[in-house]
Design a protein around this ligand. Sequence first.
Ligand SMILES: Nc1ncnc2c1ncn2[C@@H]1O[C@H](COP(=O)(O)OP(=O)(O)OP(=O)(O)O)[C@@H](O)[C@H]1O
Ligand SMILES: [Mg+2]
Length: 458
Amino acid sequence: MAELPTGTVTFLFTDIEGSTQLLRELGDGYASVWKQHQLIIREALAAAGGAEVGTEGDSFFAAFSSAPGAVRAAVAAQRGLAAHVWPPGHSVRVRMGLHTGDGVLSGSDYVGMDVHRAARIASAAHGGQLIVSEATRALIEHSLPAGARLRDLGKHRLKDILQPEHLYDLIIDGLPAEFPPPRTLEARPNNLPLQLTSFVGREDQIGEIRELLSRVRLLTLTGPGGTGKTRLALQVAAETVRDYTDGAFFVDLSPVTDPGLVPAVIARALGVAEVAGVPILETLKAHLQHKELLLVVDNFEQLVAAGGVVEELVSTAPRLKVLITSRVVLALRGEHEYVVPPLEPPDPKSIGDIETLSRSEAVRLFTERALAVQPRFRITTDNAQAVAEITARLDGLPLAIELAATRVKVLTPQQMLPRLQGSLSLLASSGRTLPGRHRQARAEPVQAAFGFQWWLDA
Ligand SMILES: Nc1ncnc2c1ncn2[C@@H]1O[C@H](COP(=O)(O)OP(=O)(O)OP(=O)(O)O)[C@@H](O)[C@H]1O
Ligand SMILES: [Mg+2]
């Protein structure tokens, strides 16, 4: 098999559409279908010089040093899958996505924004569709495989909530070319704010929260400052927005100190105008009454007195779901609590090989943020122990890990470690009583744990 390329790399992600249903219908027969699908994709990869990075569930991840090679493999795989004779009454439709960017290896895994992008691009495709990013398009447009051409799909916001991406799909002679609009955020109304950094891990928590939201209508994500409640709530909203006809809306309560203003702030986020002479809460209730919508209300802890507003909205609008983030549980009628754990740090006493270490979510976050300030940063045998200890001493707290990682610009992890005093847990749990809600204030316990100000000028 080809070696994993680095430098400019084209990433291919594939995923079987409707695999849960296929599995239900085919039972034991699914294993052989999966195997055949795997053979077809592997053959296409091998013929075009692709390197298989891994498989997970029903998806495939491969990397290519050549973008035209990647598109040749993907087109050949779609052709092979379409030509194959599947069990009667079934077809195996695979969504595929290609994106070209920085191929940075940590162990045998790629890290960095471009891998995330590629995965999100694939997830925007429908079964049988091959979507490519602008970066890939520019590299393949003059060397497309025979019988394939590009179609412009326009700009789209992907589920990573990063900058919108210009997308194209490939029309392949003889294969279906009509697809619904891409599965992107545009599919539903929303005001989810743009994120500037990649989202790391949390697959289990996202699964659990999605499951809970399918059963309960008022869910509060709790946890100390910086544990990742807001980021997780936003990611859940981005990934589930398609489940809500009327979309997903984010309400930031951090600048609000007067509980009486909460209805007006929610109304503004939803684009609901005030009506003269009518209390805004009544207008809001009338607006939401028949809507199927996910409302994410961020930073409720300082406005506990306004909890009744949420209770009223939930009881008025039967298809409304509310996802709250708060450092404390609010004790509202019908409220369920989900405690957001920090990112699992590695055990510094047995870090294992670099491969295993690089898979820890806390280490991945450290690596991603270190790469943003120091593109040459890698986990090596020299720094592995120090990185493991830093993330563990910071208790896997994402905010603290991010702050520490930015220091890689001037210090190696080995130099950083002795400056990190004690554990952060006590300091972090007292974060709730800190004055104000600004980042600087939130960072205070982290700053204390580091002993001095060296992270401030990051
Ligand atoms: N899974 C993740 N992937 C990438 N970045 C993350 C992740 N979780 C948290 N972060 C980052 O860590 C920082 C802290 O996270 P976040 O703001 O969500 O914490 P919080 O629990 O909402 O804190 P607070 O109680 O102060 O509001 C943010 O910069 C966020 O982007
Ligand atoms: Mg928050």
